[in-house]
Design a binder for this molecule. Structure first.
Ligand code: ADP
Ligand code: MG
Length: 287
């Protein structure tokens, strides 16, 4: 049987955009000292739009988007959605991609028109000692992916996402309650720093590979923090399970939602603030 206090809080919280799956998660919400937020889709809108296409020698913008689009129509990543939308906007006919593979946390690859095409992150280039294009430049709010044709740099695509209007308020309220906010993302350092500064967060971890997310949570716990973490992807499940409170975000994967104690139905960071304040009030009344 579900204790009355939990039954009541569960139904109340559902109206506030939260699905509380286990009692401990709700009880523990008042103990949180740090919240680790994923960026895309929680603090930001999660809708990437292509802002620039920079083609290398002998390439052009349409060709870059056509090849990248062929790969990305096989991926469900928000970056993929942004790139395929750009291809549609340009009325490009996308060729078929075969042998599609996702390179976890780094990008995608496939064979298109007998060539091996890759769309990858700055972190991938660094690890594989691929040089940045000579004409490379990046604004702080840009997520950049590179297009490689048979291991040769063909150009890059910059995409922009926007911070959700509710995020800054949520983080300010967490601060007032003595709770630190940290950003954890697979995206590049410049973007992570820009979001973290805009929202006045307490720090960021960028270019974090999925398996490293768990380690970041453990490190914080070893420093004595009581950690809540938000995440949406299959890749986030181990870290969500490691966190003292795992919060799966809205439209994310079923695996994340299964692992987490709490589901944030509307992906709104303000709902997390409500959860904590509500948890504090509920258990204050009981003692
Ligand atoms: P996060 O969940 O923090 O956004 P991910 O692990 O999903 O991080 O992605 C990390 C990085 O890997 C992205 O910023 C991007 O550079 C690269 N990446 C992941 N998936 C794709 C994709 N489908 N196409 C291009 N790049 C991708
Ligand atoms: Mg993700």
């Amino acid at each position: 049987a579900v204790p009355l206090v939990v039954a009541k809080s569960t139904s109340l919280s559902a109206q506030h955009g939260l699905l509380i799956k286990n009692r401990t998660a709700f009880e523990n919400a008042r103990k949180i000292t740090s919240i680790v937020f994923d960026k895309t889709g929680t603090l930001t809108k999660g809708k990437f739009e292509v802002s620039r296409i920079v083609a290398g020698d002998g390439q052009n913008e349409d060709e870059i988007i056509r090849l990248a689009g062929a790969l990305e129509s096989n991926s469900e990543h928000p970056i993929a959605t942004g790139i395929t939308a750009e291809a549609t906007k340009r009325k490009l006919k996308l060729p078929l991609a075969s042998d599609f593979k996702a390179i976890t946390g780094r990008g995608v690859e496939a064979i298109v028109e007998q060539k091996r095409i890759m769309v990858v992150s700055p972190g991938y280039l660094e690890e594989n000692k691929v040089q940045l294009p000579a004409n490379y430049n990046q604004a702080g709010n840009e997520t950049v992916v590179f297009v490689l044709i048979d291991d040769q740099m063909a150009g890059f695509i910059a995409l922009a996402d926007t911070v959700r209007p509710e995020s800054a308020d949520a983080i300010a309220t967490l601060h007032e309650n003595g709770i630190k906010s940290l950003l954890l993302t697979g995206d590049n350092k410049q973007v992570a720093e820009s979001v973290s500064e805009q929202l006045r967060m307490d720090g960021f971890f960028a270019e974090v590979l999925p398996h490293q997310k768990l380690e970041k949570i453990k490190d914080l716990q070893q420093k004595g923090e009581f950690v809540a973490m938000t995440g949406d992807g299959v890749n986030d499940a181990p870290a969500l399970a490691q966190a003292d409170i795992g919060i799966a975000v809205g439209s994310g994967s079923d695996i994340a939602a299964e692992t987490a104690g709490i589901v944030l139905v509307n992906s709104n960071p303000k709902d997390i603030v409500k959860l904590i304040l509500f948890g504090k009030a509920t258990y204050r009344k009981m003692i």
